[in-house]
Design a protein around this ligand. Sequence first.
Ligand code: BT5
Length: 259
Amino acid sequence: MATVLKERLYTRVVGRRILSYKELSSTMDLAAQEAREGTIEGTVVLATEQTMGRGRLQRTWVSRPGNLLLSIVFYPSLKELPYLSMLPSLAVVRAIVGETGLAPDIKWPNDILIMGKKVAGVLVENTLEGDAISYAIVGIGINIAMDTSEIPEIAPIATSLDLESGQNLDPAKILRRVLQELDTLYVAVSEGVSPVEEWRGHLGTLGKRVTIQWGNEVVSGLAEGVNDTGHLLLRRDDGGRVDLPGGEVTFQLLAEDST
Ligand code: BT5
C-alpha cells in the first residue's frame, strides 16, 4: 500500500516518510519511538493488523486486516496543539464524503459516525518536555471492509464504509485522500487558518441533550456549542454553563423517543 501511495501523494508534510508493517502491537508506539528518534514531521506508520490497538483510556480498538490503521508524527507548536485533535476527524470526514458520498458526522470530541454508528476513531497522544510539546502522535482507525455484525464487542455500535456504501472500497484510495486532506488542513493551521468553523459544522452533538463523563465528574445538559479550542459548552439543567475540554458523551433519549 505504501508504494502505491508514495506515487500519488501530493502533500507537503504528511506522508513525507511512510513506514508500512504487516503487524504491530500498535502504530502509536512505533510512531512515538520514531518521534523520539527524531523522524521527520509527517512520518506515517501503517499496519495491516494490530495486536494491541488502543483507544482512549486504555480501551481496545478492534484492528483487523482490510481496514485502515495508522499513526502520524507531528511536532506542533503550543498554538497549533488544540487544533490537532480536530484535524484528523475533519480529514476523515472530508475523505469519506469525497470518496464514498456517505454523510458522516463527528461525535464530540472526535468519533466519526455514520447514522449513529462509529466508523472511525481518532486518538491524539501528546508528549510534553517542560512546557513545550515534544511530539504529538495522531492515530486514526477507519473501518472499511469490516463486517462489524460479526464482532460481538462492537456489533451494536460500529459500522464500516463497505457496509454503509454497499461497495468494496479501495483502502489505499481512502488512505491517500485522508493523508492529503490532513496535510492541507495542517499546512493551513500552520499558516494561521482555524479549522474550528468547519469542524463545528460537522458536529452532530450540538443541539442535543447529553450526559458527559469527564474524569470523575458527570454532567448533563444541552450541548450548546464549542469554543475556539474545541471545548464543549454545555448548558446544565440548572442554567449554569460549563466548558469541557474532553469527555465521554452519551446522548439522552428524549421523552417521546423512549416510549
Ligand atoms: C478511539 O478511542 O476511537 C480511538 C481509536 C484510534 C484507533 C487507532 S488505529 C491506529 C492507531 N493505533 C492504535 O493503537 N490506535 C490508533 P475511543 O474513543 O476510546 O473508542 C474506543 C471504543 O470504540 C471501544 O471501547 C469500542 O467501544 C469502540 N471500538 C473499538 N474498536 C472499534 C472499531 N474497530 N470500530 C468502531 N468502534 C470500535
